[in-house]
Design a protein around this ligand. Structure first.
Ligand SMILES: [Zn+2]
Length: 315
């Protein structure tokens, strides 16, 4: 069963490897996107797990000085072009409708941005990112930036005036606005002003009370907006201690209960997490989740969560 996974951090790992090994002397590189075991979402694992489409986030750590952030973004985008897109049968998804055009043996790669830090206060840089292929914009990571505040920012405001301009630019370009990591105030503003809205990797807060998860009212608003809530496999967002596939499904049950049966998707956070759900430790193990979903909810529902809910809404 084909899977669309709307969040991973493989580009950050590839960039880190390039920097550590002084890049461009390829023989020094330790990571290879084809099969390095350090990469949860490498190509062989994607094939094994049937991950038809993977979203690849550009993520700029808040500790990086402002004047270096653009450079870091370009390095991760370079890794996307040079190391991911060069894989055999990999197709660059340049607009979301391209997902529907993928042939039998082809795999799709979507470029996304996690946090607005990379473009600072410069809409020209944002448009440049769109032209390079960014199809989804996470306004913030956990920190605050010039656009909005993340869940870890004490200031706790909604979108700035500049943030509203960023939303406008996304709307104009049919770019998905990703509310994962966003605080409640910013979330409200995005629901009001955004066109295509979803949570690329978040779970249900009433099942496990973590700041990265969504309150029931937020889930209902996303559903009413025609958006999606894509389940993340990061154990601290799922439950206590060692978590299992059953724990993941409690979050799915909650979203169904709130009316979101056709609004659930998957956003693993592979390569961004260091602890794992039992039996779901890399993209190659997606089959275990699909089997468990099939068993509990049946094929029709499982196909929806795996990919159809996404393609029906956004492609
Ligand atoms: Zn994240």
């Amino acid at each position: 069963m084909n899977i669309i996974d709307t969040h991973c951090d493989a580009l950050l790992k590839l960039q880190g490897d390039a920097r550590r090994t002084h890049s461009y002397f390829q023989q020094d590189r330790q990571l290879n996107y084809l099969n390095s075991k350090e990469l949860d979402t490498n190509m062989e694992r994607r094939i094994e797990g049937n991950v038809k489409v993977q979203f690849y986030a550009v993520f700029i750590s808040p500790g990086i000085p402002d004047n270096e952030k653009w450079q870091h973004a370009l390095e991760q985008i370079d890794a996307f072009y040079e190391e991911v897109l060069t894989m055999k049968n990999m197709v660059h998804i340049k607009q979301l409708s391209d997902i529907q055009k993928l042939k039998e043996r082809e795999y799709g790669a979507v470029l996304t941005l996690e946090g607005s830090d990379a473009f600072g206060n410069d809409l020209m840089k944002l448009r440049t990112l769109f032209r390079l292929g960014v199809l989804s914009l996470g306004l913030v990571w956990n920190n605050g930036n010039l656009v909005a505040d993340g869940v870890g920012e004490k200031r706790g405001t909604g979108l700035s005036e500049f943030g509203l301009k960023v939303i406008e630019e996304c709307n104009k370009n049919n770019v998905l606005i990703d509310v994962s990591h966003l605080n409640v105030e910013g979330f409200e503003d995005v629901i009001e002003h955004g066109k295509l809205v979803f949570a690329s990797h978040s779970n249900a807060r009433s099942i496990h009370n973590h700041a990265r998860n969504l309150h029931d009212e937020q889930i209902i608003k996303l559903i009413n907006k025609g958006g999606m809530i894509n389940i993340v496999f990061c154990p601290p967002f799922i439950g206590e201690d060692k978590v299992t596939l059953d724990d993941v499904m409690l979050h799915i049950d909650k979203i169904i209960e709130l009316g979101g049966e056709r609004h659930i998707g998957l956003g693993s956070d592979f390569d961004g997490i260091t602890e794992f759900v039992e039996g779901l430790e890399d993209a190659g193990q997606y089959g275990n989740l699909i089997e468990a979903l099939n068993l509990k909810y049946g094929k029709e529902f499982t196909e929806g969560i795996a990919s159809r809910n996404f393609t029906e809404r956004f492609c």
